[in-house]
Design a protein around this ligand. Structure first.
Ligand code: ATP
Length: 716
């Protein structure tokens, strides 16, 4: 995994990494392999093929590396830069192929953090970060100017303060001269300090505002990139992970370009200026003090490495705890219904205990380090005082110079500490950046708004599946359809029935082109849906699912969501759609009427109410094709009647594919298709199918009737 990630980080140019064990590599066809001539004989079996775990991926090269000849120093060159991601390269041990990262799965925080601790930052990442900052270049340049002024003032302060001390101590009995010199020196210094304060305030303001602007731009592009991805991408990636990219990683990147960079530059400038001033004030004392720095720096490097590995483990443990909390809180109703609050609290506590254990380890380490550095700092000051005192006694140094030197020592110490935290923050920024680039660069597998658009006259609504085979990209080994064919003439109602899990909803997903079939074609009025503009296609298809999802807006906004331009929808149109959906009366009964906010996913409404609002939303779209998933037992008799009536109104004059559960719907449909064994087992009129005693439909109906009787008996 780490090798895969490392590869992806180098995917924008020539990539190199070292293999330390015999491996079998699968390379995307865009990658080429190179190695020193004497190593070439170690590659065998180069051939173009698809990876076994990803039969649908573009073919690549399989390269076996002889198990008996460990290979080191292998280079992989990827000349076609931007499109290559780690999913195109898979590593497996020479004996057994391991499971590679599924195509399109984004790197997790833990992945990139692990990677960040052990590698240097590629130039390409630096360029991208700088490119992000480019629109804010003038503000940032001004901020850097102010930074120079404020740092200059800070670093001149010890020198000037030294002068003040010398003025006080060397004036002797001439108090008048001393007062005059002291007053003018203090007035001058007040002016300098005022300039420094103003420059610092301006720097902070400019850095903060440009940082926020960069984060805003990043978030907008990232959200747009996420929403463009195909549905299969969301099957592979956890929502929490994507939200984390959008909120936390963007902020980290923004901060590393602005605040961290400015703090880092300030630390470098101050450390350099401080050391120079130390040598200026007293070269012999400076050489003596700086002898202590190298061992301290070595300690800091060792400590930094160890601390990073512990913080990574802490972060991993924390991520697990957060993941658990996120899932349980968002499914609180299920937790409550099963009475699992206490056991969930215990599970969460166990996870947080793990975090605590690691955090304690980290605390011990930090305590040791800060103890040692604090001690070294004090020893350094003591040495300056000791050696400085001796120099003063031999008239080689004044009291003001010694005071100034002490202050510079202090500043250099602070700046070096600032530099170490700057480095770790910068690394965090690059880690977050590489996760963001991956998402930002990802091209969706099919376009959102490209392709053929039919005119209103051309669109009749004839749907046809011809020998369609399909497996979900996340489960390629389990095909849902094989050579499935089905024709739905324009303006007719096709009821689809079949056992649970037979693929009824999948049929709807394929029509909406949420996924592409692996072979065969799906056509609308003779046009392959892959040639049609997906955005146009979906704007002419209405859907009402069994559990419709509403957004946490008002009822009015939820209904208007169905229209192409929700802003342009009039109140009359919304009322009309609500009336046709049998929703008007219950909405008006709410104290806030159409302005009632429905809560997250419509949680504040009943199942039947949600269904009717979803029907109103679909009505407002006025689609030519309707895909319905009929609500089942969730509704009571009255609601069922109201929803049914609304659905019938919605279906008039359109081509409808309905996943039917009720006998009445099946009876009213023009034809019934029975899904069985990954294809349409039977298709025909309801009475015709019932007439076939050995037929699938008849058996399915008999089974359903039997189950209903059993259920009624159990209820009695
Ligand atoms: N996003 C997905 N990724 C992988 N497999 C999926 C996905 N969605 C559904 N499946 C699988 O595809 C098969 C068909 O599911 P589908 O929801 O189409 O069945 P269904 O006939 O509508 O079932 P039900 O009547 O229970 O709603 C099931 O085995 C299901 O586990």
């Amino acid at each position: 995994m780490r090798l895969l990630n490392r590869m992806s980080r180098y995917s924008h140019g020539v990539s190199k990494f070292k293999l330390t064990q015999p491996r079998m590599l699968w390379l995307d066809h865009r990658l080429t392999l190179s190695a020193a001539p004497r190593r070439k004989r170690q590659f065998t079996g180069v051939k173009s093929s698809a990876h076994p775990a990803f039969p649908l991926c573009s073919p690549g090269l399989f390269v076996s590396v002889l198990p008996c000849s460990p290979l080191r120093g292998l280079s992989i060159l990827c000349p076609h830069t931007r499109t290559v991601t780690h999913t195109h390269v898979a590593f497996a041990s020479s004996s057994a192929a391991s499971t590679p990262t599924p195509a399109g799965q984004v790197k997790t925080q833990a992945d990139t953090e692990g990677e960040q601790t052990s590698t240097t930052v590629p130039l390409e990442d630096v360029k991208r970060i700088l490119k992000l900052a480019y629109p804010e270049r003038w503000k940032l340049a001004a901020a850097l100017g102010f930074l120079t002024v404020s740092s200059g003032v800070t670093m001149s302060a010890p020198f000037l303060l030294g002068k003040v001390i010398d003025t006080i101590y060397t004036a002797g009995a001439d108090t008048e001269t001393m007062t005059a010199s002291l007053t003018s020196l203090c007035i001058m210094m007040t002016g300098v300090f005022l300039c420094g304060g103003a420059a610092n305030a301006a720097r902070v303001y400019l850095m903060q505002t440009s940082g926020q602007q960069i984060v805003r731009n990043l978030r907008a592009s990232l959200f747009s990139s996420i929403l463009r991805q195909e549905v299969a991408f969301f099957d592979r990636n956890r929502t929490g992970e994507l939200i984390n990219r959008l909120s936390a990683d963007t902020a980290v990147v923004g901060r590393s370009i602005t605040d961290n960079l400015s703090d880092g530059l300030r630390a470098v400038a101050q450390a350099a200026a401080g050391v120079s001033m130390m040598f200026y004030v007293s070269p012999s004392l400076a050489s003596f003090v700086l002898l202590i720095v190298p061992p301290l720096a070595a300690l800091a490097v060792v400590y930094g490495r160890y601390l990073r590995s512990i913080s990574k483990s802490t972060q991993d443990a924390l991520a697990q705890a957060t993941e658990l909390a996120e899932e349980r809180i968002s499914n609180m109703r299920t937790v409550r219904a099963f009475g699992k609050e206490l056991s969930e609290v215990n599970t969460y506590t166990e996870k947080t205990d793990q975090v605590l254990k690691l955090a304690r380890k980290e605390a011990v380490l930090r305590a040791g380090f800060f103890g040692v550095t604090g001690l070294s700092g004090n020893i350094m000051i003591l040495s300056v005082l000791y050696k400085g005192g001796l120099l003063m006694a031999s008239q080689h140094m004044t009291v003001g110079e010694l005071s100034a030197f002490l202050m510079y020592t202090f500043w250099v110490g602070i700046s070096i500490a600032g530099l170490s935290s700057f480095y770790s923050e910068l690394m965090k920024g690059f880690g977050a950046g590489s996760r963001l680039w991956e998402l930002l660069d990802r091209k969706p597998e099919f376009p959102l708004n490209e392709g053929l658009m039919l005119s209103a006259d051309q669109l009749k609504g004839r749907l046809e599946f011809s020998e369609v085979s399909f497996a979900y990209p996340t489960r390629t080994e389990a095909p849902i359809f094989q050579d499935l064919s089905l024709l739905v003439p324009a303006g007719t109602v096709m009821a689809v029935v079949g056992p649970s899990g037979s693929g009824k909803s999948t049929l709807v997903s394929l029509l909406l082109r949420l996924y592409d079939c692996n072979s065969g074609t799906i056509t609308i009025d003779g046009h392959d849906i892959r040639d049609l503009n997906p955005y146009w296609l979906r704007s002419h298809i209405g859907t009402v699912s069994q559990e419709p999802v509403l957004f946490s807006y008002s009822i009015r906004d939820n209904i208007a969501y169905g229209a192409v331009d929700p802003e342009a929808v009039t109140t009359e149109e919304i009322y009309g759609a609500a009336r046709a959906a049998n929703a008007f009366n219950f909405i008006q009964d709410f104290p806030n009427g159409f302005n009632t906010v429905v809560g997250e996913k419509g949680v504040l409404l009943s199942g039947g109410q949600k269904q009717r609002i979803a029907i109103a939303r679909a009505l407002l779209k006025n689609p030519k094709i309707l895909l319905l998933d009929e609500a089942t037992s969730a509704l009571d008799a009255e609601n069922e009647f109201l929803v049914q009536e609304a659905l019938e109104r919605l279906m008039t004059g359109r081509t409808v594919v309905i996943i039917a559960h009720r006998l009445s719907t099946i009876q009213n449909a023009n034809a019934v298709a029975v899904l069985d064994q990954r294809r349409i087992g039977e298709c025909g009129q309801h009475t015709e199918l019932l007439g076939n005693r050995q037929g699938l439909f008849r058996k399915l109906m008999e089974k359903q009737a039997f189950l209903q009787v059993k259920q009624k008996r159990a209820l009695r």
